[in-house]
Every structure is written in C-alpha cells, then in structure tokens.
Design a protein around this ligand. Structure first.
Ligand code: FAD
Length: 399
C-alpha cells in the first residue's frame, strides 16, 4: 500500500469476484488473497477459530468440520472467500441469525496509513464495528477470529407451497424452522419452500440421484430452458410455471455446511434489498402485483429470507429485524427496467440494498438511510486519508 501511495494508484481487494456491484473494479492494483487460506489457530475454549482472510467458504466449512466445529449460519453458496462474504454483509436466513459478519469475534486489518491493527468488541471498538462490513474500503483484512459452534447436522426439506401461505405465515414458519426461506415463481401462485431444522438422524444425502438432480436438472436443464426463454419472447410465463412444478421435492440430511450450500451454475443478475420485517407483507404484495401488472419478461424466481437485527455500523440489518427480498434476471435478458421498478418499491418501504448486489443508491441516499453513515465515512477517512482504497464506485458512495 505504501508503493500504491507513492505511485498515486488505488488498491482494491478481490475475494472470489462474486459481487455484482463495482467493488473490485480497478485499473490500478488488485490484491488477491487466494494463496492465503486455512485455519491458523483454535481457541482452547472452543469459542473461536482464527482463519486467513482469503479462505474460501467451501474449504473453511470442511476444515472446521474436521475440527468438530461449524459456523452457525451460512448463505446459499460456498465459493466466496470469507473476507469477501463478510465485507458485503452476506447473509443466510433464520430469525435467530444475523448477517455472517455477526459471527466475527475479532479481526486484524492492514491499514493504508501503515501497520496491522487488531480490533474487537473490546479493543478499538469503533474500528471493529466499521470493519465488520466495510466493502474493503478501510484496508486489507488479513485475519478473522470467527465465533464457531459445535459441529451440527441439518435436515432440509424442499417442497412446493402456495405463495399466500408462505407470505401470510412467514412469522409462523420462521418460528417453526431454524432456517426458513421461499422462492416465488412470477405468474404463478406457487413457491418453493425451503425448511431446515437441526437433526441427530443419520445422513441422507440422496447419493448419485441428488447429484444428478443438482447438476442435470437444476443447472443444466435450467440453463437450457433459460436460454430458450431468452431467445423466445413469449416463453417466460410458461417457463416460470414449469419451473414451479419442477421444484425439488424431498428431505435430505447432512453436515450443516453441506446443507447450506447449493450449486448455482446458471448465470444471472441479482438485486436484493431488505425491508423492516413489519413492512414485509405490504412490500411483497406490491412487488408481486407490480410484476403481474407490468408484465415484466422474467422467469427467474424471487427469494425471500429473514435476518436478525445487529449493531454493525453500516450493516443493512442494523437496528432492525429484516426480510430480504431478492429479484433475479437471467443473463442476456433485459433487467434495467425491471430492477428499477422494483427498487423504487423497496425505497418506499425503507429498503436497504445488499452491498454485493445491483442497486443504484448513492452517498446521499445511504446517509439518509443509515444513522451511522457519516461516522463510518469519518473512520474510513482516518484509516485511509489519501483515498487509496477508493475506486470510482466506492467514491460515489463514501467520498
Ligand atoms: C451465485 C451467487 C449466490 C449468492 N448467494 C448469496 C447468499 O446466499 N447470501 C448473500 O447475502 N449473498 C449472496 N451472494 C453475494 C455474495 O455473497 C457477495 O457478493 C460476496 O461479497 C461475494 O464474495 P467474494 O468472495 O466473491 O467477494 P468479492 O465480490 O470478490 O469482494 C466483495 C468485497 O469484499 C472485499 N474484500 C475481499 N477480500 C477482502 C479482504 N481481505 N480485506 C478487505 N476487503 C476484502 C472486496 O474488496 C469487495 O469490496 C451470492 C452471489 C452469487 C454470485
């Protein structure tokens, strides 16, 4: 970073490059920590595990399991680096679980002003609350101590449900299941319900048939039909209905990290906002009505998840239990008008975007939405007074 300063270059850090926003775009210096992976040490009391910040979630999950630990919650895929996932506020679902960044016990950061600083709830607290979700804008995070729990197994049931039931009984399902989410298929009354609970029953992973279903039906088959939908203008509604009927039906049990992760090989664009849980029903109903009224050409489902409130400075779930609603569009199909329309609905309901996913918010709007945006920007300026960590996109939201 000293060289970058000397040469008037900016520095960005890449995890796995799975964010849609311009977080890592640079013509200057792009740092990858792909060669910095693995577990460094385990707390003798079993409360935390220190990991190298470039560790990919797949490796982390398996390494933790071999030591007898799990992360309490995870998102949908496991190809991200731990630092990349934490920095954008990546989340899973479940009323008892915050964003993954709530699982940070402490972290070590290399600041552009020089030196490594360790911070936690009790040491350099302001820096810690800022760095937990900081879009790689404060410096390079080199290590995390992550809170872990004893390794556990999960049972996952996928089935077809009715959208009105999934929305109306959102709270009930969130109390009944450890991790509840649903996918709504536009132009249908149907959802895929994903119901997950802890279990002590023996592993049932579906063996070769599950792999066949994941690879051939959910990915290859979905890709072929999506291409058909992209090239045939009138196909989106029948395809959405067809997809709803084809949702996987069954129950599987496995290591927690294996149940959380799914294979996502079909390329798409995504925008995801959360709204306060009290506003979810109204917001979701308006989104569904709008898609139908505007007749957007979309066959990919909307995903709905629950995240518990936290106190991380610029976390989208700061100060409120939140329901995340994600809209998807298949790559190559027009998404601008669709996303813009839905984004305006999110704004009406006090929505806050996922930092890794498409959105058009700028500094002023963020500052109006987050009580601590100004404080975060101050801390950012102290850590990086010359703006070395800022590219054009980050300047548009922080500078
Ligand atoms: C198919 C797919 C599925 C997804 N599923 C989910 C999901 O279930 N839940 C969810 O919430 N999100 C999900 N996402 C979004 C994804 O988790 C985030 O965009 C995440 O940030 C990507 O991680 P990454 O390792 O690719 O990070 P990148 O996109 O490479 O980087 C993200 C940010 O982290 C910063 N960063 C990386 N390493 C460091 C470091 N060492 N120090 C400081 N900053 C660093 C980068 O500079 C950047 O600002 C999904 C994305 C895709 C493509």
């Amino acid at each position: 970073m000293a060289n970058a300063d000397f040469n008037k270059k900016n520095v960005r850090i890449i995890g796995s490059g799975h964010s849609w926003t311009g977080l890592i775009v640079t013509n200057d210096i792009l740092v990858s920590l792909d060669n910095w992976q693995g577990i460094l040490q385990v707390d003798p009391h079993g409360k935390w595990v220190e990991v190298k910040s470039g560790t990919k979630l797949l490796k982390l999950g398996n390494d933790l399991w071999n030591l007898g630990y799990s992360m309490e919650n995870l998102g949908d895929i496991d190809v991200q680096s731990i630092a990349g996932a934490l920095n954008t506020g990546t989340h899973g679902t479940g009323r008892n679980f915050g964003t993954l960044a709530t699982q940070i016990h402490s972290l070590t950061i290399a600041l552009p002003t020089g030196g490594l600083v360790e911070c936690s709830e009790t040491e350099n607290r302001d820096l810690f609350k800022a760095a937990q979700i900081s879009l790689g804008s404060l410096g390079i995070i080199t290590r995390y101590k992550l809170k872990v729990v004893k390794a556990f197994y999960l049972e996952y049931t996928s089935k077809l449900g009715k959208v009105q039931d999934a929305v109306d009984n959102f709270d009930k399902y969130n109390h009944e299941y450890r991790n509840y989410e649903f996918y709504w298929f536009p132009y249908t009354r149907h959802v895929q319900l994903k119901l997950v609970s802890e279990t002590n029953k023996p592993i049932q992973d579906g063996g070769i048939m599950r792999d066949f279903n994941d690879v051939v039906i959910e990915n290859l088959g979905y890709y072929v039909l999506s291409e058909w939908s992209r090239t045939h203008k009138k196909f989106y509604k029948p395809f959405s209905r067809f997809s709803a009927r084809g949702v996987p039906k069954g129950t599987w049990r496995n290591h927690s990290n294996k149940i959380f992760a799914t294979k996502r090989w079909v390329r798409f664009k995504e925008m995801e906002y959360n709204v306060p849980k009290e506003k979810f029903h109204e917001c979701m109903n308006e989104i569904m009505d709008t898609i139908h009224k505007r007749d957007f050409r979309v066959h990919m489902p909307l995903e709905v998840r629950y995240v518990k409130a936290d106190d991380i400075m610029i976390s989208p779930a700061n100060g409120r239990d939140a329901v995340y609603i994600a809209v998807h569009q298949y790559n190559g199909m027009d998404y601008l008008e669709y996303f813009k329309t839905i984004e305006e609905i999110f704004w009406k309901y006090d929505g806050r975007p996922h930092y890794g996913k498409i959105n058009t918010m700028k500094k002023e709007q963020f500052a109006n939405t987050y009580a601590n945006w100004g404080k975060f920007c101050e801390i950012r300026n102290q850590c990086d007074p010359k703006g070395i960590m800022l590219n054009e996109y980050l300047r548009s939201i922080f500078a």
